[in-house]
Each structure stands twice: as structure tokens, then as C-alpha cells.
Design a protein around this ligand. Sequence first.
Ligand SMILES: *[C@@H]1O[C@H](CO)[C@@H](O)[C@H](O)[C@H]1NC(C)=O
Ligand SMILES: *[C@@H]1O[C@H](CO)[C@@H](O)[C@H](O)[C@H]1NC(C)=O
Length: 477
Amino acid sequence: MKIVWITLLCLLFVVSQADQGFDVRQHLSTVTRYSASKDVAQNLIEPSNVPSECTPIHLNLVARHGTRSPTKKRLRELENLAGRLKELVRDAKADKVPGWLGQWVSPWKGKVKGGELIRQGEDELYHLGIRVRERFPTLFEEDYHPDVYTIRATQIPRASASAVAFGMGLFSEKGDLGPGRNRAFAVTSENRASDTKLRFFECCQNYKSYRKAKEPALDKLKEPVLNKITASVAKRYDLKFTKQDISSLWFLCKQEASLLNVTNQSCELFTPSEVALLEWTDDLEVFILKGYGNSLNYKMGFPLLEDVLHSMEEAIKAREENLPRGSYEKARLRFAHAETIVPFSCLLGLFLDGSEFDKIQKEKPLELPPQPPKSRDFKGSTMAPFAGNNMLVLYSCPADSSPKYFVQVLHNEHPIAVPGCGGKDFCPLEDFKAKVVTPHLKHAFDNLCNAKLDDPTSSKSSSPWSWLFGSSHKAEL
Ligand SMILES: *[C@@H]1O[C@H](CO)[C@@H](O)[C@H](O)[C@H]1NC(C)=O
Ligand SMILES: *[C@@H]1O[C@H](CO)[C@@H](O)[C@H](O)[C@H]1NC(C)=O
């Protein structure tokens, strides 16, 4: 008996210890803030020793926009939730119901427009700009010219506003404008209907059909988890929550914890293990619709990878031809969406172990990320938090060394294992080209995206004519 008790006590101790270390702000999938995600130990590796004779000569950045407010549709969902909660509390026994629940009003009540970059999001990108300049001083010592520092954003305002916030940090104190001595700089965008580098997901008809066809299956996949959590939360508070209520409350938890830094309200309705499961269902969606769950998800992003490589080759050419300073590009900075950055990370093979990387190279599908408590590498909170980013830094090493050019890959500013580079963050450009870029070369964007799918099983589920009748216009993240 005594032993049983001791074991039980130990267990309780372990559980409460685990809960104490649990911070819901790090488990919000793609709603996670950059500051909550950036320094989480997951996937961090020892940085390679970049030889001191090697200098960075060009930088590519692909970043997601910063923290943004909920979209209009979601704002309405929250207003409806307020009505639902009142209804539920009215018919309930008061003793189990958390005090805030009956009087809750949406903090965004009355707000009619949504989706914009909020102040915290500006702050994330502004400071990222400052850190990038401090980390690579030789890249950013030149006077601003739009061809030397190319800044591109999608046509979506939260992405272009993110580019502006970043640029304000990057070029602060370099100009004459106002007390911050700001500089004006250019941000250019492609038309959203033809932006194959940053909004390929919108230009790719086959992808749009795939996503629409996949939604019912995805809901089925999440359903058992949502059912189970609905039942246990309903029982815990003696309230007749529906699945929709729980889904809205999880959405509310993510917004409160991320945008308002409030974790003691809706998030407290869920236990840490329930949060972990809800986070997993969100990550499944990221995996299936944006990540390794379907090769089209990332193969369609090849024009972006090609653009990255091309910019490096141009930088090398300028160097070898000894072009004068100020006549060639030193950084190409891009601001886009989770739908851009997740596929881009997949093209680089990030967050895969060696055997998974082999499967991807042979274009075999990967298994779904395992359900908690099992751990997984594929996490929305790490891959694409607000302001999440990948940087590819091109280094030039002394003329007598061979190879001469190297690429370093940073994810959220940390060195990250690139399976194509032998699990290192730093490898010769030639290896990077051969093992990371070239395997994707065989797919032309047009073939992949606009040709009729040759795989009969995937075209069955979505009519080849579905694009004629409009495809799903899910708001992007
Ligand atoms: C969020 O709240 C925590 C306390 O729970 C505090 O330590 C932290 O500084 C806050 N973060 C922000 C960004 O306000
Ligand atoms: C949450 O914490 C804040 C600050 O500590 C406090 O003012 C607020 O009343 C708490 N809310 C709930 C619902 O416990």
C-alpha cells in the first residue's frame, strides 16, 4: 500500500512539474508569437564553424508576416461565441463554472475589419531587421539602393506592412527622416494572381483543387480528438459544450494567449495534454495542406527556391567579375505567408530525419506526425510562427580554398540541420545545388499546377473542371 502511495505521489509530482513547465504560448501552432518560439530548444544544432577567412557576400530572407489580428470571419465567430457562452451558463449549476465565462465579451467586439498586422507584429519585424543588420554588418554597410537591397512582399497588406517594419529596423539611423533618422525604401509586389514566387499557392490550380478535396478527410481526422476533448471539458465544467463551442474556445485561447498575452482565461479550460492534442490537430492541417503531407504542397514552391539560387549565382558573378560596389545585390528580402514559408522549409528538407529525407527525394509520402504524447519534429509553432523565417547566407572563402562558396541555412535565426548538407547548417554551394535544389528541378510549375493530373486516384476526387466553378477561397494565414 505504502509503495503504491509513494508511486502515486511521485507520479503526481512528475505531472505537476510537467504542467509547471508547460507554457501554452509555445503550443499555438501557426498562431504562436515569434518570441515564444524563437529560442525553444527543439531542432537547434551546434552551429558549424564558419572559417574566419570566409565572408558573407549575399543574404536571402524568406519571412512570414508578423502577428496579426483575427480575420473578419473569425471576429464574427467570437461574437457568436459570447452569445453561446451566456446561454450555456444560464442553464448551468454555478459552482463549477469559471467566473469570467458568463460575462465574457469578445475583446474585438465592434471591430469590423480584421487580418491586419498589429503593433506586436510590427515590433517583431522591426527588431528582426535590426538583428539581421547587426549580425551581418558587412552586408548592410552600403548606402541604400533598391537594386542592392531588394525588398519584396506579397500584395496582402499584412505582408507589405511587415516588409516596411523590417526595413524601418534595417535602415534605422541611416537616413534623415525624423528623430529615428529613417530612410525611405521601396517594397515591390507582384500581382497576387501571378506571384509564383511568393503566392504560388494561389496561382496553382491543381493545388487549389487538392486542398478543397482534402478538407472533408481532414475534418474526419480531427474529429475523434475534438469529440473526446469536448466530452471531457463538458464534464469538467458541467456545461453542455458542443464540438463547435470547443473549437471556437480553442481559437479564442490561441488569440488570447498570442495577441493579448492572456493565458488564465479560455486557455485554462484545457489541460496541458488537451492543448497538446489540439495543437497537434492544427499541425496535422499544416502538414497535409501546406507541408510534407503532399509533395505538390512544396513542389509548387520551386520558383521561389530557384529565385533564391539565382540571386546567389548573380552575387557570385558580380564578385568574380569584380563589379564596382553598389552595382549588385547584397540581400533579397521577402515577406509572405505561412503558405509560403512552410513549403519553402519543405523544399529545403528541414525538420526531417535522414530516412524521411530519402523518402521525400523519392517522392514517397511521409507518415502523419505522431499523436501526442509522442513527440514530433513537424510543429507549426516552430516552422511558421508569426514572423518565422529562413535565411540563406552565401559565403565566399579565399581564392586558394576549394570549394570557394558556401551556403548557411538559418531558421528563425538559428543554424538548422539540412539533411541535404549531411545534417549540417553549412555546406558547399555545389552540394547544396546538387542535393537540395536539383532534385526538385524536374517539375515545371505549369505542368505541376495547371496540367490535368495524371494520377487517376487524385483527379477522381476533384473534377478537372472544379476551377471553373470556383475553388475554395480559404483565407491564408
Ligand atoms: C506576458 O505575460 C508574462 C506573465 O505571464 C510576462 O512575463 C511577459 O513579459 C508578458 N509578455 C509580453 C510580451 O507582454
Ligand atoms: C488573469 O490574470 C490577470 C493578471 O494577473 C488578472 O487581472 C485577471 O483577473 C485574471 N483573470 C482570470 C479570469 O483569472
